[in-house]
Design a protein around this ligand. Structure first.
Ligand code: FAD
Length: 407
């Protein structure tokens, strides 16, 4: 008899894990629980970039799995995940030459299609760019963006079709264990749901369940944010994602407008207990709810690359918690101390991108298979000495976002 699997959290990680378990057909009963509605946490707030162009082979492989999953979801499950295969331009000054060349070498070696792009061609693709703001460009045609809600829902529907069950309005208060093995979860109303395997995929709230088990997760919820301009003719839907490598900003088309994000020098960070269960209307900084301070700080270099920003109004602002880790690696794996306890979180602003890879990795660990990526750096127990709620640690996670490169 296989042990029952209980997944805490029905964001994109929980849904992708249930989907990957269904595909493997290991024979476990799978239950996903969430206290809110599916994808109502960070997932529905994401900008939806799915980018494989990264220096780290394991992270490339996690992303590659998501690209493959989108194909499978479409062909086998008939799902439209709102995928826009627009490709990504990485533009920069001559000072970025070695960095762009190195990324191109690493990606080419990994089989990711990419090439140097002629400046005139880059401008033809992205007419909103200031020609004086960059000298060189690389282009990766397979990079894309998706509708994160649709992708997450597609995983979930697939998982439910393959036998998983979903239970909403279900608040997990504790993960329970006895004699070194998981026994299930205790709900806030006192009910106990037994399970031999529990996957903590509770997003920004994961540490509230893990830390009390002696497994502090090295991550904290840092403010992630982006703005969407008014519509303008230069932002046709087919224009690529653009990474402005000198200023570590990105942009992509969004129904006739431009969606863009920046790297703040001092991002706001919250302790998990400060986050409400329902993120609707949540802001990190009541004094600056729309991140104008951060945008003002980035405005001059941004307007140099993107001159139209000076005349365009901002139609939308989206913000939410993204779980950053000081080492930039996600947190995916099994606890060595408590049998049957697994964790999947710590996305570093890339959880949509890694989703199917994380699902596959967790399914492989549960099935006792050799992981398809080197998972040693993703180990949930890699920083057992930290206090994940201390101000100093929260600041270290905010710093990780501030210094993260684009992509
Ligand atoms: C503004 C913004 C832009 C982003 N842009 C991108 C992008 O372009 N590309 C990309 O790849 N990633 C992006 N991300 C990151 C991405 O959104 C996250 O990595 C991803 O959504 C994390 O998914 P998750 O399932 O771990 O968490 P969530 O979606 O937050 O799901 C966690 C779930 O757990 C539930 N839960 C928590 N505690 C409990 C409990 N005790 N009991 C029951 N249920 C519980 C919550 O209700 C929630 O539904 C962005 C994030 C933000 C905020």
């Amino acid at each position: 008899m296989q042990r029952d699997i209980l997944i805490v959290g029905c964001g994109i990680f929980g849904a992708a894990i249930a989907w990957a378990l269904g595909l493997r057909g290991l024979g476990h009963r799978v239950l996903i629980v969430d206290r809110q509605t599916p994808a109502s946490g960070a997932t529905s707030r994401a900008a939806g970039l799915v980018t494989q162009v990264r220096p780290d082979p394991s992270l490339q492989a996690l992303a590659g799995e998501t690209l493959a999953a989108m194909d499978l979801l479409q062909t086998r499950f008939g799902e439209d995940v709102g995928r826009h295969r627009v490709g990504a331009l990485h533009v920069g000054s001559q000072a970025q030459h070695e960095a762009l060349a190195q990324m191109l070498r690493v990606c080419t070696a990994a089989g990711i299609r990419g090439q140097w792009q002629d400046k005139a061609q880059a401008l033809a693709q992205s007419p909103w760019l200031n020609p004086d703001a960059f000298d060189i460009a690389t282009f990766y045609p397979d990079e894309c963006f998706v509708d994160p809600y649709l992708l997450s829902s597609a995983y979930l529907r697939g998982a439910l079709q393959m036998g998983a069950k979903l239970r909403l309005d279900t608040r997990v208060a504790h993960i329970t264990h006895q004699a070194g093995a998981v026994t299930g979860v205790a709900l806030e109303d006192g009910t106990v749901l037994p399970a031999g395997i529990v996957v903590n995929a509770a997003g920004a709230w994961s540490n509230l369940l893990s830390a009390e088990l002696g497994l502090p997760l090295p991550m904290a919820p840092v403010r992630s944010q982006y703005w969407i301009t008014e519509r303008a003719p230069d932002f046709s839907p087919g224009t690529p994602i653009v990474f402005l490598t000198d200023i570590r900003a990105y942009a992509r088309p969004e129904v006739g407008a431009l969606l863009f994000g920046i790297r703040e020098s001092a991002p706001a960070v919250a302790a998990p207990r400060e986050l409400p269960e329902n993120l609707e209307g949540f802001v990190f900084d009541a004094a600056d709810p729309h991140g104008w301070g951060n945008l003002a700080e980035a405005f001059e270099p941004l307007s140099h690359h993107f001159p139209a920003i000076e005349r365009l109004g901002m139609a939308h602002y989206i913000t939410g918690p993204s779980n950053y880790t000081p080492d930039g690696q996600p947190i995916v794996g099994a606890s060595a101390a408590i049998a049957g306890l697994l964790v999947a979180t710590g996305c570093n602003g890339s959880g949509i991108t890694y989703s199917a890879g994380v699902g596959r990795l967790i399914a492989e660990l549960i099935g006792g298979e050799t992981p398809f990526v080197d998972a040693s750096r993703l180990d949930p127990a890699r920083a057992l000495h930290i206090d994940p709620f201390s101000r100093a640690f929260l600041q270290a996670c905010a710093h990780a976002r501030a210094t993260k490169s684009t992509g």
